[in-house]
Design a protein around this ligand. Sequence first.
Ligand SMILES: NC(=O)c1ccc[n+]([C@@H]2O[C@H](COP(=O)([O-])OP(=O)(O)OC[C@H]3O[C@@H](n4cnc5c(N)ncnc54)[C@H](OP(=O)(O)O)[C@@H]3O)[C@@H](O)[C@H]2O)c1
Length: 180
Amino acid sequence: MLRATETLLVIVNCTFMFLFIPDVSSEQSTSSASEQVQSILGNSGLNCLINNAAIGFSTNISTVTPEAMMTMFQVYTVAPLFVTKAFLPLLQTAAAKSGDPGMGFHRAAVINMSSVLGSITLNCRDTAKFRSYVYCTSKAALNMLTRCLAADLEPSKILCMSLHPGWVRTDMEGPHVSTP
Ligand SMILES: NC(=O)c1ccc[n+]([C@@H]2O[C@H](COP(=O)([O-])OP(=O)(O)OC[C@H]3O[C@@H](n4cnc5c(N)ncnc54)[C@H](OP(=O)(O)O)[C@@H]3O)[C@@H](O)[C@H]2O)c1
């Protein structure tokens, strides 16, 4: 059985289908998921990919380690790039098939689940309440990755954007996190 992990949301003729990548850091896991989706969708292409995987640990200046930085960057920054790369042919197929001139979920889109904690502007003075080196820096890098993808994939009419989902008490957040 697959772990409930990275969520892929596929929209085909208004039907929703969820698939999971067991380990977004593994090239083998990512490419086998992409082949699986290709075999299900055939020539329809993929309308929407959501990079959503999360590992939650908070580090301050005393507790941060090189290993913690690298692990977080792998899941939050590197994996969204390579998962997107693996699914790019399917996204391009969906984008090319659409008769609509606009960009969006109805055509082809990559959504990177980011966080307000990746905002450099908001990480100042009174608003700098959460100082996790690993989380904040990897989400800031994810935002730049999203901009690079958006510029690169715009000619193919594939929308790329980062989202902050709001505060949700999940496994990543743990039971002790209060809603800001
Ligand atoms: N919750 C919030 O308040 C909040 C706020 C801002 C942003 N976000 C962002 O929203 C996204 C989702 O967060 P969440 O709170 O829903 O997290 P969550 O409930 O902890 O779920 C995270 C999921 O990611 C999976 N995962 C972890 N490592 C993985 C890997 N290497 N490969 C594939 N899947 C992996 C986990 O699978 P297993 O269970 O099998 O380990 C789990 O299903 C994250 O990007 C997070 O940064 C959340």
